[in-house]
Design a protein around this ligand. Structure first.
Ligand code: PGA
Length: 262
């Protein structure tokens, strides 16, 4: 696990932007796994900026989002499709037909929808780089504590903790969905590379559990300890519970030095 501790969220976004652009430069038809939430907003802004400055094109890129609320149409302003269009897709040159979310409406079969999503990912050659946030309860995607570490895309019920954490995004009295389709932990683990970003002190314990806790469904993100190619980019606040921060700073400066020397 490569861990980069940044001074603030803006530096976090800049470093994460670099990782994504490098991936697209390496393979222009990259398959990216994408995330929603508050943390990626600043990253998407920075990617849009890089696109406008001619640093990167998404023309050949395909994307698969981690999750989508159950039974919310794409036109609904709380849907993750709406979020992605607003914060990223409509501001870059990606082809809309190459952007996918795991949807399921009430008249559809969730199992079937989940397995269709898995097939679509496989048909595009699998995910090259999966962007992840982390919940304060250690969830990745909407794989809440207790999720099978081998799970695939399916319908999940959200925990009270997640509903409370996300309630800030809904106005008073507004309907807040309590179920979502989500890539499984196993789906995420199949990605060739993983980039996890976290900002703020509310994520500090989850980051510590992910890095140093036992690998357990109690903290689904802890399974990333078993993945061979993970980059974690956090700000100082989210790194607050990491005991030996100096070690990770040293390791990262050595990695930087090596790549500058090349
Ligand atoms: P956040 O969500 O970026 O809004 O904090 C992350 C997550 O719950 O996965």
């Amino acid at each position: 696990m490569r861990v980069i501790i940044t001074e603030h969220a803006a530096e976090l976004a800049a470093r994460a932007t670099q990782v994504i652009i490098e991936q697209i430069h390496k393979k222009d038809n990259s398959v990216l796994g994408l995330a929603t939430g508050t943390t990626p907003i600043i990253l998407y802004k920075s990617l849009c900026h890089a696109y406008k400055g001619g640093e990167v094109s998404f023309r050949q890129v395909s994307t698969f989002n981690l999750d989508e609320y159950y039974n919310l149409p794409p036109s609904h302003h709380q849907s993750y499709r709406y979020f992605m269009d607003e914060h990223l897709f409509s501001n870059i040159d990606i082809l809309p037909e190459n952007t996918f979310l795991p949807t399921c409406m009430a008249d559809e079969d969730a199992l079937e929808q989940g397995s269709k999503y898995e097939t679509l990912i496989a048909e595009r050659g699998g995910i090259d780089l999966q962007l992840l946030g982390i919940g304060a309860n250690g969830h990745i995607g909407f794989n809440e504590p207790g999720s099978s570490l081998a799970s695939r895309t399916r319908l999940k019920t959200l925990t009270q903790k997640t509903l409370a954490d996300n309630s800030r995004l809904f106005s008073e009295g507004e309907y807040q969905p309590d179920m979502a389709m989500t890539m499984g932990v196993g789906t995420i683990m199949d990605s060739r590379q993983i980039l996890l970003i976290a900002s703020g002190v509310s994520k500090a314990k989850a980051i510590k559990d992910m890095m140093f806790g036992s690998v357990s469904a109690a903290c689904p993100a802890s399974v990333l300890q078993m993945h061979p190619n993970v980059i974690v980019i956090v700000d100082k606040e989210a790194a607050a519970c990491i005991d030996d921060k100096e070690y990770f700073d040293l390791a990262e400066s050595k990695m930087q030095q090596l790549s500058n020397d090349r």
